[in-house]
Design a protein around this ligand. Structure first.
Ligand code: 8YV
Length: 315
């Protein structure tokens, strides 16, 4: 009996691909030179998509697969999946929540500390010989005890806030409504007001059409020339042109970013800035978390095709 055919939209670690290849016929879409021709020739046999958070599945891909039943996302963010197109045909969608939450929060806090205390520059100061030639490294910025804003107090934002409570921070958050699990922290509905009362502003919102560019010129201006923006969500939550303008004009103090428009081909204006910490979308990038994410992708696909309940359904 032939194996069920899946479209693999992006690469996975070897341990995931071995397991998937043993159970399914995996079409490695990301290696196909002529993708339109491939879908036209093979699309009718494909019953599932295995994708990644940042790659998703757009309407054209979904509509090229007439027998598509499920889209399994390796990541918690499903914003790159056309949910409307999936709903129209009752296509199931799954993601990998919870298993990555704490690693993402860990990196967010690490990015804050690294940027505020100048750790990347500090290593260059040592390795370049500047320490011996120029003397003491320039003073940087305190983190503990300062004001932090969390834009989006979902699972990841909550874990970030928990960690920062350990740094005796003055914590406020913005979300659609006050959260009963956040009684120790200040609820501020308006992102501009949240930014105005923050030294550090984390963007931890799940990205969607409604959150696009929620961090725009007004929020960035309110954060100000001593403020720091940390983004571990999606680039789409930030107006990158406004961010770059503010960083170049020094009307925003600094930024620490793990996600970018057009990644991995980010805007070259970022590369000319010394006030930004740039990370390669690696917030969930630990062996432990990625093993758990890959297992969930496989478990969701297997459950669907075996007629069992899906472990982590979105649709
Ligand atoms: C993953 C992410 O690294 O969870 C998400 O939505 O963006 C990241 O945690 C990415 O999806 C893996 O490709």
């Amino acid at each position: 009996m032939s194996k069920i055919e899946l479209l693999q939209v992006g690469p996975y670690p070897a341990w995931d691909e071995e397991r998937l290849n043993a159970t399914f016929t995996m079409h490695r879409y990301f290696e196909v030179p002529d993708k339109a021709a491939f879908l036209a020739a093979h699309g009718t046999g494909i019953r599932g998509i295995a994708t990644r958070g940042e790659l998703g599945a757009n309407r054209a891909m979904i509509e090229a697969l007439p027998k598509l039943e499920i889209i399994s996302v390796y990541g918690v963010g499903f914003d790159a999946v056309d949910l409307a197109a999936a709903r129209e045909r009752n296509i199931r969608v799954t993601n990998t929540p919870d298993v990555l939450t704490k690693d993402v929060a860990d990196l967010g806090v690490a990015m804050l500390l690294a940027q505020a205390r100048g750790m990347v520059g500090g290593e260059s100061w040592v390795k370049s010989g500047d320490w011996a030639r120029k003397g003491l490294y320039p003073l940087k910025t305190r983190v503990h005890g300062k004001r932090v804003g969390i834009l989006g107090l979902g699972r990841i934002g909550f874990e970030v806030a928990k960690r920062l409570a350990g740094f005796e921070m003055d914590i406020a958050y913005s979300d659609t409504s006050p959260k009963d699990y956040a009684k120790d922290w200040t609820f501020i509905a308006d992102p501009v007001e949240l930014a105005a009362r923050s030294d550090f502003l984390f963007v931890t919102l799940a990205a969607c059409a409604e959150t696009r560019h929620i961090v725009g010129r007004k929020v960035i201006e309110a954060l100000g020339d001593q403020g720091m923006l940390i983004n571990i969500s999606r680039a789409s939550n930030i107006d990158e042109e406004a961010l770059l303008d503010a960083l170049e004009k020094k009307t925003l103090g600094s930024a620490a970013l793990d996600v970018f428009d057009g990644e991995p081909n980010l805007n070259p204006r970022f590369l000319a800035l010394d006030s930004v910490l740039l990370q390669p979308h690696m917030a969930s990038g630990t062996v432990e978390t990625r093993r758990a994410m890959g297992a969930l992708v496989f478990d969701n696909l297997s459950a669907h095709f075996q007629g069992r309940p899906l472990p982590t359904p979105v649709l």
